[in-house]
Ligand binder design. Structure first.
Ligand SMILES: [Zn+2]
Ligand SMILES: [Zn+2]
Length: 491
């Protein structure tokens, strides 16, 4: 994890938020490369799960919603953690996490010397166990109190109870409260889904592990509505579609490079299920911190639509033409934390290998995820024709892809830098490309493409580059594309 965090900062993926002021608790900023990676993930999610499907539509709702939404959803009453406070230092802890912390102890058996004792263990001198604040070691802890995780604010100029608003703790509710708007305006038939990608906020007391758990985060959630009275392949429609979504989401992560051995499904136990859920399955990923949730796929039944119908007084049903009856659809909810996906894709892509006795760090990103697709590098930055040709190539390719130019080091070092940020291809412009006008030698107009993973190179005419990258970045394998180019060159 430390290796990744340091790479993220050094190469412009992720920075601590407001770092020059000492940082904001558990908030992070995406840098120039991080924003590209994150946008690529969101774009692919949207393309693969919304645009390419006939049964999906999207919305983009506001973060501030009517406060009653959170009453109806259960967040006001149930979205809480039991907290204890230290009466001395005022630090706040999750009651169920206190014993998982190392604790500070002033030991009476050693004239009050201060020790830090591993979580859950007694003092090896006096045998005492922790009863006081684990941090300062002096204060009594209060009895547990329920603490709501929603960020509270005020709408309008007056800070009074009537104007309380909350930053949404999840994007899902907007799909439920817009259910009828979307259904009527788009004339949809069940089953269909509504997707949304956007920010959510949770005032986590013990956030941590870099961008794994943050107070402000980005979600992509899908609410997929099905008719609970329908059957598909002999099974209730909601159960069938739940399994379909689990399989589709797993396939999506594999498609963009997460390795099979780092992914697994985890079924929630009965007592772990949320109050609205019939069944929930997590896709867990082997993060550097261990196996943890990357995505959850829940069968939320008709709970949400019924709740919002009850609290708003509006009917949120679907008219089943065949059976001539109104039904409240069941909903399957695939919910992903985009920041966690960023972390997973980075962790999975990270490789250290030895090349000719030197360590090479590579992010083996799928080309569609890579923040930069192509880097154009001049072999000699003192030769004006080379530099000019390289800039022209960059400008031309940049019409279609994120392409950068770099001449701030020798070529070997420039390659390593691009490897380290996962750029799949480099284009090198050299003396042969432009020739030597003083000696009257014409250039061959060809440049070298270097493949990140194999480090193999192939020489191609400049005007062939857009076509070649169209193939390579559109899913073509390097070995095949390079072999075809070699054959063309030999002809
Ligand atoms: Zn304390
Ligand atoms: Zn002791």
């Amino acid at each position: 994890m430390d290796t990744l965090v340091s790479l993220c900062k050094r190469r412009g993926f992720v920075f601590q938020s407001s770092e020059i002021y000492g940082g904001t608790g558990s908030c992070y900023d995406y840098g120039p490369l991080g924003v590209e990676l994150k946008q690529n993930i969101k774009r692919l999610l949207w393309r693969d799960f919304v645009q390419s499907r006939a049964d999906m539509v999207g919305i983009d709702a506001s973060i501030l919603m009517h406060p009653t939404v959170w009453k109806a959803s259960g967040h006001l009453d149930h979205f809480t953690d039991p907290m204890v406070d230290c009466r001395e230092c005022k630090l706040r802890f999750r009651a169920d996490h206190v014993d998982a912390l190392p604790w500070t102890h002033y030991c009476p058996a050693t004239k009050g010397n201060k020790f830090t004792i591993p979580a859950g263990e007694p003092c090896s001198h006096c045998g005492a166990r922790r009863t006081l604040c684990p941090d300062c070691g002096k204060g009594q802890l209060t009895a547990p109190r329920q603490f709501n995780l929603m960020f509270k604010t005020f709408m309008g100029p007056v800070e009074e109870d009537a104007s309380v608003a909350y930053l949404r703790p999840e994007t899902a509710q907007a799909m439920f409260v817009n259910f009828d708007n979307v259904l009527q305006s788009m004339r949809l038939k069940l089953p269909f889904g509504i997707a949304q990608a956007g920010r959510s906020f949770r005032n986590e007391i013990t956030p941590g592990n870099f961008i794994f758990r943050t107070r402000e985060f980005e979600q992509m959630e899908i609410e997929y509505f099905v008719n609970p009275r329908d059957a598909v392949e002999g099974r209730p429609a909601d159960e069938y579609w739940h399994d379909r979504w689990i399989a589709d989401c797993m396939a999506w992560f594999r498609r963009y490079g997460l390795r099979e051995e780092n992914l697994k499904l985890r079924e929630h136990d009965r007592d772990e299920l949320s109050h609205y859920s019939k069944r929930t399955v997590d896709i867990d990923y082997r993060f550097p911190i261990g196996w943890s949730e990357l995505m959850g796929i829940a069968n939320r039944t008709d709970f949400d639509l019924k709740q919002h119908s009850k609290f708003s007084g509006k009917s949120l049903t679907y008219f089943d033409e065949e059976r001539k009856e109104h039904v409240v659809p069941y909903v399957i909810e695939p919910a992903m934390g985009v920041d966690r996906a960023v972390l997973a894709f980075m962790a999975d892509a990270y490789v250290e290998e030895e090349v000719r006795g030197e360590k090479r760090v590579v992010l083996r990103f799928h080309p569609e995820l890579a923040p930069v697709k192509v880097a154009v590098l001049p072999l000699l930055k003192k030769r004006e024709e080379i530099v000019r040709a390289a800039h022209a190539i960059r400008a031309d390719l940049a019409k279609q892809w994120r392409v950068v130019y770099d001449d701030t080091a020798a070529i070997g070092r420039l390659y390593r830098r691009q490897d380290e940020v996962g750029t799949p291809y480099c284009v090198t412009v050299d003396v042969q490309t432009v020739g030597d006008s003083e000696k009257g030698e014409a250039g061959d107009g060809k440049v070298t493409i270097r493949d990140r993973d194999s480090m193999a190179q192939v020489r191609v005419p400049i005007d062939a580059l857009p076509g070649v990258f169209h193939d390579l970045l559109g899913g073509g394998a390097w070995a095949q594309v390079a072999a075809r180019l070699e054959r063309q060159i030999q002809k």
